[in-house]
Every structure is written in C-alpha cells, then in structure tokens.
Design a protein around this ligand. Sequence first.
Ligand SMILES: [Zn+2]
Length: 308
Amino acid sequence: MLQTYQKTISQPVEFEGIGLHTGVKSKVRILPVNANEGIIFKRTDLKKNNLIRANYLNVSSANLCTILKNSFGAKVSTVEHLLAALYIAGVDNALIEINSQEVPILDGSAKDFLDVINKTKLNSQSKKRKYLKVKKKIELVDGDKKISIEPNEETLEVEFELNYNNKIIGKQKNTINFSNKNLADVINSRTFCLFSDIEKIKKAGLAKGGSLDNALVVDDEKVLNNSGLRNSKEFVNHKILDLAGDFLLSGYRILGKVRCYQGGHKLTNMFLKKIFKEKSLLTFFEIEEISFPNKIKTIDQVKLAVNA
Ligand SMILES: [Zn+2]
C-alpha cells in the first residue's frame, strides 16, 4: 500500500568510511528536516554555499558514479547507494552532513547504509508524499542502451537486463517490485568492475579507495573476491539498486514499470530529464485519505452485489 505522508528520521545517525573514488575518509551525519525539504547534502568542510540539493538537475557527472553540484560549484559524489537506502527505507526528507566530497562506499552495497538508517525510527510528517505516474509509455534510446517507463498505478517495478562481454557477468536479467517486503538481494548487491578496467579507471584518477572489501571484481574466469557472490544475480541487482537511488533525485516517488537495457547513472539521468519534459504524459498526485464512512457499502450496494 502506498504511504500517504512524508517521512524523516526521528534521531540523527552517523557513520564514516572511505570514498571509492577519492580514497578520502569522511564522516556523515543524517539529520531530520521539515517536510517538503527533500534530501539535502551539506558539505561541512566548506564555510559557505555548501548546501547541495539531491535533484536530477544538479547532476554534474554520471560516469561511474552520480555527482551532484550546486550553483556555486560545491560537489558531492557517489551519492547513489545512500540515496537508494533512503528510498528503500522510505525517507523523504533528510539533511546529510558530510565533511568531504565523497560519500563513503562502505561495503559497496546499500546494506550498511540501511543498517545505519534503521538505528532510528521514521517519523510521519504533516505533508503528503508526492507521487508521479505516467499516462503513456515514455522511452529513451541511447546507442545500444535503452530505458522506458509504462503506467503502473501501484508500485515501482524495475526490469533490468545486462549484457556484458564477460563470461562471469554475461547476460543477467531480473525484475524487482519495490513494494515487496523482502528486497535483501537488491540491498546487499555490491558495485562491480572488470579487473581489466581497473588500470584504466585508476589512470583516470578514480577508484583510489577501491578494494575487494567494497567492490566485486571479476576477471575472465572468476569473481576475485574470496567470498564470491552474495546472490546469483548480484550484478544486475546492483544496477537496479543504482536506478532506485537515481530515481529519488526526481523529488517524487515514481510509480511505473521501468525496463532498462544496459543502462547506468548517465542514462537514468538523461531519462529523468526526458520524463519531466513530457509534462502532458505525467500525473502528479498525493494519496487521499479514505474517510471511514466511504469504506462501508450501503445496504443497497450489498443487495445489488448479492443479486449480481
Ligand atoms: Zn552502484
């Protein structure tokens, strides 16, 4: 069932760790904020102009990770797994203080973020949650990559297909309905890369904090992490997790059936921009509270139902 009111956390929670790309250790505190504020990052290492709103229009780069930038040039990067955790936990509004540019990668999945968020209760707020659904299919094709959304009144469902020229990853396809209670496979799935790409990524000055403790690494024959995969579709499940985090940047809870082939952060961001340009195909809504008498059928309605 869809949630009627917006939520924030009841108590501040905090954690620390190193950034996947910068290798820099940072501290993060998640604090409650008022309804309709959305998710806001605050760079506490910067004296001023340090608020960065988690919005798809503030995405400055989406290669390998999602980077947000405000109009003063302040950035925060690798936000997607924390955003996915907030999405799955049901948090609409939060201030996220961070004392460096990059959100810690923790174990490479959303599991540790959810463990932190779950240390506190969520509070319902006075404003209604903002939903968005589509009236007709919207699709974006970018080379061999493709993403679409079709109407679905009840939930966000994501069907994702990966096709890697690698024996271990290969073709993987999965469908996740985010209204399901058990999302453990999505939450636990780690970011991944090919061993052959590591040199290239490091030359680009990235993945300085990357290790087998926070990423799955595969070569031509095997997964290099000693403990292997956490679930049989870990690669595609992680892509679904990324998509959920990036979708929270819309500022709405998007309902629909999403199909994505070979996508990633960049395609998802291009797609959000396209969706918001198609205003005539969108419905923005809140859940109306059903008052008690409306739930009861009148005697005449019961009679008609019996006679039907
Ligand atoms: Zn990811």
